[in-house]
Ligand binder design. Structure first.
Ligand code: ASP
Length: 317
């Protein structure tokens, strides 16, 4: 397991939710909720990261995650620099670790990294100087911890205690880091029932997601659930032969209003975005009254504020 803590036991890195304790997740969600309310009031500013330098290094595309880390850092008084990896020396063959050592020599305190390769984040965390924190902004198909936290915050805000809820994670689970982090956080918070739903080829190996019921049809998988968590079809992680035909996928697994009617009438719908409208989700659902997809985006800023404050804020010292 990746060691994410300082000697005193406090969280220094956030690379995975695996091994993060329930009280730590509750504390992060509590702070995030505080910031979410402050954001809605227009008053989410403080200086707990004054003098802290944050760098974002994204080796895969991102809109929401990168922007919300940047906004979160700025709202807490940090200086945030976005490194364009496509333009940097990494494309000339420089290793991630050399890039990281350069940033360390420039006195960056927090490195927010997205990478397509599993294991790069743990490797970086194991080599950075003790004052540097490493935060995952998404790692291969493995982990996206701040997404998991923002999903939990969004569900809790709209549906209350997670231990009362039946949650279905739907679609391309096999390739999804969002699904893995959601599973970890919902399991930690003891969701009443967790389901994974998708075509057999996109469900994970049988030993993954222990404790989840598996469904191969959307109709059965959505029956009576409180929360429907849709995922993007991750074409970039498919072997070419496995890319499903879009029309056929929508016909069998697309979330339409008729299929959503199988869930509880007050069920909510999440999607991490970017959405493939008309493939995994119909626009009527994405933009409909049960969708909380835009709330997820706002909560992303609040969660990243809580995480940055926890690993690098003056309050944490
Ligand atoms: N934005 C999320 C991620 O980076 C979800 C997705 O891309 O499908 O994992």
């Amino acid at each position: 397991m990746i060691d994410q803590r300082r000697a005193d036991g406090s969280l220094r890195h956030l690379i995975t939710l695996e091994g993060v304790r329930r009280d730590e997740v509750e504390a992060l969600l509590g702070r995030a909720q505080h910031y979410a309310r402050a954001l809605a009031r227009g008053s989410a500013y403080n200086r707990v990261l004054e003098g802290v330098q944050v760098a974002t290094l994204f080796a895969e595309p991102s809109t929401r995650t990168r922007v919300s880390f940047e906004l979160a850092g700025r709202r807490l008084g940090a200086q945030v620099l976005n490194l364009e990896l496509q333009l940097s020396s990494r494309v000339k063959g420089e290793s991630m670790l050399d890039t990281v050592y350069t940033l360390q020599a420039l006195y960056f305190d927090v490195l927010v990294i997205r990478d397509a390769e599993a294991g790069v984040l743990a490797h970086v965390a194991a080599h950075v100087a003790p004052q540097v924190s490493v935060l995952s902004a998404g790692e291969a198909h493995l982990s996206h911890p701040t997404q998991g936290l923002l999903d939990a915050l969004t569900v809790r805000e709209h549906k209350g205690a997670i231990d009362q809820l039946a949650i279905a994670i739907v679609g391309d689970i096999r390739h999804s880091r969002v699904a893995r982090s959601a599973y970890q956080v919902f399991r930690l918070l003891q969701a009443r029932e967790l389901r994974i739903v998708g075509p057999p080829g996109l469900l994970p190996e049988s030993e993954e997601f222990p404790g989840c019921a598996r469904f191969e049809t959307l109709e059965a998988g959505l029956e009576g659930v409180d929360v429907v968590m849709m995922l993007r079809i991750q074409k970039e992680r498919f072997a070419a032969t496995r890319v499903p035909d879009a029309a056929e996928y929508f016909a069998r697994y697309g979330l339409t209003p008729a299929r959503l009617a199988r869930a509880r009438p007050d069920a909510i719908v999440l999607h991490p975005q970017p959405m493939n409208r008309g493939i995994e989700i119909a626009s009527e659902v994405a933009d409909g009254p049960q969708s909380v997809i835009r709330a997820q985006v706002s909560n992303g800023v609040a969660v990243r504020m809580a995480v940055l404050e926890t690993v690098a804020g003056r309050l944490a010292q």
